[in-house]
Ligand binder design. Structure first.
Ligand code: ZN
Length: 205
């Protein structure tokens, strides 16, 4: 089983629960409808990677997301995640009303920073993603339609979080394709204090 680093220890992850369409500005950029309830999908343990790898065949888009680590059914840690997506495959599946696993759950499609204990008000959280030093995405708690505590409660109505499971809370606008040779830098802030910075060079797989 693959692990993530939480508070300097390795923690096994049984699944990654992901939220789609949680930022209004991102919904608009993909011409999606605003959902009446959270859009939920799962990435398996096998999707976890700590490196950012190009896919050998399909074009892959980055989505940077504030990601929580769950212990005892509640939010215990926070980190940065990249929900990698085969956008053309997803568009084809969506148009036919088919499940998204081929576009979302492939190997190395969930890339994570380390996780740190949550010791601050969740409402102060925000992220920035830079590509080759240029700001590509920014957003956080204030722009989320469904806030983290609401997501945990809603998701827990139909599935159980195991200790170490991850919750990816959706992406703000600015998604785009990964390009060989570029470097992504993610930053997680509580208000203006930097909590985590993670540098991901795009590597050939
Ligand atoms: Zn996403």
């Amino acid at each position: 089983m693959k692990c993530v680093a939480f508070d300097e220890k390795q923690v096994e992850v049984s699944k990654i629960v992901c939220v789609g369409r949680n930022y209004v500005d991102h919904i608009a950029e993909l011409n999606n409808e605003i959902p009446a309830e959270p859009v939920i999908f799962i990435k398996p343990n096998s999707a976890i990677s700590h490196n950012l790898l190009l896919h050998p065949v399909d074009q892959v888009h980055y989505e940077s997301e504030i990601t929580f680590l769950i212990m005892k059914g509640t939010i215990a840690g926070v980190g940065l995640g990249l929900d990698l997506t085969k956008r053309e495959v997803q568009d084809r599946l969506k148009s036919k009303g088919l499940p998204w696993e081929r576009a979302k759950s492939f190997d190395n499609s969930a890339v994570f920073s380390k996780f740190i204990p949550v010791a601050f008000d969740l409402s102060t959280l925000r992220l920035e993603l830079f590509i080759d030093g240029v700001l590509a995405q920014q957003g956080g708690y204030e722009l989320m339609m469904y806030k983290p505590d609401v997501l945990v409660a809603e998701i827990s109505r139909f599935l159980s979080f195991e200790d170490g499971d991850l919750l990816m809370t959706g992406t703000p606008k600015g998604v785009g394709p990964l390009a060989a040779g570029s470097v992504l830098t993610g930053r997680l802030f509580s208000d203006d204090s930097l909590l985590i910075e993670c540098r991901w060079p795009v590597e050939a797989s």
